[in-house]
Design a binder for this molecule. Structure first.
Ligand SMILES: [Zn+2]
Length: 202
């Protein structure tokens, strides 16, 4: 399974956009560079999975649906733009989706706390985790000061992820991680438990 971040050279603020074997996308990002890269690569996008409905992850979605007519999966399709609803199917907790040339099976793990409709995608065979904005390499974790954010819920979600054996971590922002990934996830859990939110409550 080949994974490439199409937003690696983005100028504008955007999520990462992971292209799997030139046929599937995890998130669509918000920088037009993603659309240019897809055109350059002559990719045929069959499947798009949205980790959560924050704008920096979905701004390119309508254009990608218009160009490639893919099957889109999301935890809450109603949070996506009206124009893509006809292409979108619910991906609930524990449901699976096949991605890439080898049709690698990924399990959706509902992981709210950063956003209610947030899912991670885990491949038990490849030990790959697409983590969205739940956790990031180096012990970082998703912000909980946005609408629907909740630190205790985020911690519970990270706890679910620590049950998985992960060798490759692809988060929604920053570089991928392949070294001691399980320990890095434990680090994120520890940090999330330790730090009080920096924003005012209430
Ligand atoms: Zn987000």
């Amino acid at each position: 399974m080949n994974v490439e971040n199409l937003a690696a050279d983005a100028d504008e603020f955007t999520s990462n956009v992971f292209l799997v074997d030139d046929t599937a996308l995890i998130d669509t990002g918000a920088d037009e560079i993603v659309l240019d890269r897809l055109e350059e690569k002559d990719a045929e996008i069959e499947t798009v999975v949205i980790t959560h409905s924050h704008w920096d992850h979905i701004e390119n979605l309508e254009e990608i649906v218009a160009r490639y007519d893919p099957q889109v999966y999301a935890y809450s399709p109603s949070n996506l733009p009206d124009g893509v609803v006809g292409n979108t199917q619910v991906l609930a907790d524990g449901e699976t989706v096949a991605l890439g040339a080898m049709e690698t099976i990924f399990v959706a793990v509902h992981t709210p706390g950063h956003r209610d409709d947030h899912i991670c995608l885990y491949s038990p065979d490849e030990k790959v985790l697409f983590a969205g904005d739940l956790i990031f390499p180096g012990g970082a974790f998703g912000r909980t000061d946005l609408e629907e954010g909740d630190r205790d819920t985020l911690i519970e979600s990270i706890e679910r992820i620590t049950d998985l054996d992960v060798h490759e971590l692809y988060a929604g922002h920053g570089e991928p991680a392949t070294d001691n990934v399980n320990a890095q996830i434990q680090g994120s859990l520890k940090e999330a438990r330790k730090h009080e939110p920096k924003y005012a409550e209430g």
